[in-house]
Design a binder for this molecule. Structure first.
Ligand code: LLP
Length: 463
C-alpha cells in the first residue's frame, strides 16, 4: 500500500512525521482478516461481534478496557501448528506471551507442550494440570529455587543458559536423585531483522552460550561429564516478530554443525534440536506473516538436508511459538474518553487504558491497527493518534490510524492482535488496574483472568 501525501494542512505539513501512516482504507468499517481473529465480524446493525457476541454486550458486562480472546481462534492456531509439524516434532507454546490456567488447558487439549521461563509460569502450568514432562524451563538467570522446583516436578527439559547453571542444575538433580534432561541454549550469531530489544541470537547479548567462541562446545563437554544431567539436544532462539525465514535457516545450519562436531568429538548423536520461537504476526494489514505449514516445511527441509550432508540421523525438532499462536487471537476493547483536535494535524483520541495494558508501542515503536467497533460510521476518515490516560506523553497505543471523524466519547474502539505480550507485560503504572482477559466462544463469554481491583493494590501495600 502506498504511503499517502500529508493529509495535513500547510500549518503542520513540515512537522508531521513521515512514514507511520498509509492512505486511509477505502472503507473504515471493513475489518481486515489479516489482523482480526477468525470469528470477528461486523454485524448487520454495524457493531462488531466476536464468537457470536456483540462487543457492546461484552463491554457492558465486563467493563473496559478488556482483552477479549477468541478461544475458537486460539484452538485453531494450536491445531494448525500441531498439524503442520506433525508427529515427529513438538510444539512448545511460549507462555511468556500470555499465560493463564485456561490457556494451559487449551494447550493441553490441543496437544501442545509449554515453555515457561519463571517460577510463576511454572506454577501456573502445574496448577492447570499440564504434565511436567510436557514443560520446558527457560531463563538466563534461573534461581536455585526455580531449578529445584522444576527438577522436583519432573519437567521434560531444562534449557541451560550459562556455565554456572550447568553446575546448579546438576546439583539440584543429584540432591533429588534425578537424571534431568537438558538442552544447551546456543547463540548462533544471526542478526534477526527485528527490534534490538527482541533480537536474541547475535553474540553481544545476555542469552545463551556462543557457538563461535567455542563456549557451546565447552558447555557440551561439561554437561557430558555429569551423571545427573542427560543432554538431549541443542536450543537456539534468534529473536521475535521475524518474517524472513533466512535467519532460521542459518540458525538450523549452525546448530546441525554443532551436532556434527559433538558426534565427531564425543561419538554421540543428540536426539533433539529446538529452533525457538519468534515468528511474526500481522499487527497491520501491511505485515505478511508465514503460515505454520510453510514454516514447518522450511525448517524441516533445512534440518533434513543439513543432517544428510553431515551423515547424521535427523533429530526430533521442536519450536516455541508464543506470539504466532496467541497474538492474533485477542483484541483490546477500550472506551473513547476525551478528544483533542489539532486542526490540520491530527486528533488525539484518549482511551481508558494505555501504556499500562500495552507497553509495546512505547517500548518497541510497535505499530497497531484500530477500529470503531460499537457502530459503523459513514463519516470521513480522520488522522488520529490513540493515546492512553497515563501521565506521560509517550503513552501511545496506536501512533497513527484513521478513525471516522464523527468519533465521540463513549464509542468503543478495538485494537487487534494484542493477545501476545500485552497482558503479560501489563503494569500498574499510575495505579492502573490491569484489565481482565475475557474468553469468548460460541456466543458465550467468561473471565479467564479477572480485572484487578483497588483492594488488590491495597492488599500489597502493607503500610
Ligand atoms: N522461546 C524463547 C527462548 C524465547 O525467549 C521467546 C521469546 C520465545 C520462545 C517466544 O517468542 P515469540 O514466538 O513469542 O516471538 N516482549 C517482546 C517479545 C519478547 C520475546 C522474548 N522471548 C514483544 O512484545 O515483542
Amino acid at each position: 500500500m502506498s504511503r499517502s501525501a500529508h493529509p495535513a494542512g500547510p500549518r503542520y505539513a513540515d512537522v508531521l512525521p513521515e512514514g507511520h501512516y498509509t492512505a486511509p482504507p477505502a472503507d473504515l468499517n471493513s475489518l481486515d482478516s489479516r489482523v482480526w481473529s477468525q470469528t470477528v465480524e461486523r454485524t448487520q446493525d454495524g457493531a462488531v461481534a466476536v464468537g457470536g457476541l456483540d462487543v457492546r454486550k461484552i463491554a457492558e458486562e465486563f467493563g473496559t478496557p478488556a482483552y477479549v480472546m477468541d478461544e475458537t481462534d486460539f484452538r485453531a492456531r494450536c491445531r494448525a501448528w500441531r498439524d503442520a509439524f506433525g508427529q515427529d516434532a513438538d510444539v512448545f507454546y511460549a507462555g511468556k506471551a500470555f499465560l493463564s490456567r485456561a490457556v494451559v488447558r487449551w494447550l493441553y487439549e490441543e496437544g501442545l507442550n509449554l515453555d515457561v521461563c519463571s517460577g510463576g509460569e511454572l506454577a501456573t502450568a502445574l496448577a492447570a494440570g499440564m504434565p511436567a514432562e510436557r514443560i520446558a524451563l527457560h531463563g538466563n538467570n534461573k534461581s536455585n529455587e526455580e531449578i529445584h522446583r522444576a527438577v522436583e516436578a519432573g519437567v521434560g527439559r531444562i534449557v541451560l543458559d550459562s556455565f554456572q547453571e550447568i553446575a546448579r542444575v546438576a546439583h539440584a538433580a543429584e540432591r533429588l536423585g534425578r537424571r534431568q534432561p537438558v538442552q544447551i541454549r546456543v547463540t548462533v550469531g544471526v542478526e534477526a531483522h527485528t527490534h534490538e530489544f527482541i533480537a536474541t541470537a547475535h553474540e553481544d547479548q545476555k542469552f545463551g552460550l556462543a557457538l563461535a567462541e567455542g563456549q557451546a562446545a565447552e558447555a557440551v563437554r561439561r554437561v557430558l561429564r555429569l551423571d545427573s544431567l542427560e543432554l538431549i539436544g541443542i536450543h537456539s532462539h534468534i529473536g521475535s516478530q521475524i518474517f524472513d525465514m533466512a535467519g532460521f535457516e542459518v540458525s538450523a545450519r549452525r546448530v546441525v554443525g554443532l551436532l556434527t562436531q559433538i558426534r565427531d568429538e564425543h561419538g554421540i548423536e543428540l536426539p533433539e534440536i529446538d529452533l525457538g520461537g519468534g515468528l511474526g504476526i500481522a499487527y497491520t494489514p501491511e505485515d505478511d506473516p508465514r503460515e505454520p505449514h510453510e514454516i514447518a516445511k522450511s525448517l524441516g527441509d533445512i534440518v533434513t538436508r543439513e543432517c544428510e550432508v553431515a551423515g547424521l540421523a535427523v533429530p526430533r525438532l521442536s519450536v516455541e511459538p508464543g506470539r504466532a499462536i496467541v497474538g492474533p487471537t485477542a483484541f483490546t476493547l477500550y472506551e473513547v474518553g476525551t478528544l483533542k483536535e489539532l486542526e490540520g494535524l491530527r486528533t488525539y483520541v484518549s482511551v481508558d487504558g494505555g501504556m499500562s495494558d500495552n507497553i509495546r508501542t512505547a517500548l518497541y515503536d510497535a505499530e497497531y491497527s484500530v477500529a470503531l467497533v460499537s457502530r459503523a460510521s459513514a463519516a470521513e476518515p480522520m488522522l488520529s493518534r490513540v493515546v492512553g490516560k497515563h501521565c506521560e506523553s509517550g503513552d501511545i497505543v496506536v501512533r497513527d490510524a484513521f478513525l471516522p471523524a464523527d468519533l465521540a466519547p463513549g464509542d468503543l474502539l478495538a485494537v487487534p492482535a494484542t493477545g501476545a505480550y500485552c497482558r503479560s507485560m501489563a503494569s500498574n503504572y499510575n495505579h492502573a488496574l490491569r484489565p481482565p482477559v475475557i474468553a469468548v466462544r460460541d456466543g458465550e463469554a467468561r473471565t479467564i483472568l479477572r480485572r484487578e481491583t483497588e483492594e488488590d493494590l491495597l492488599r500489597l501495600d502493607v503500610g
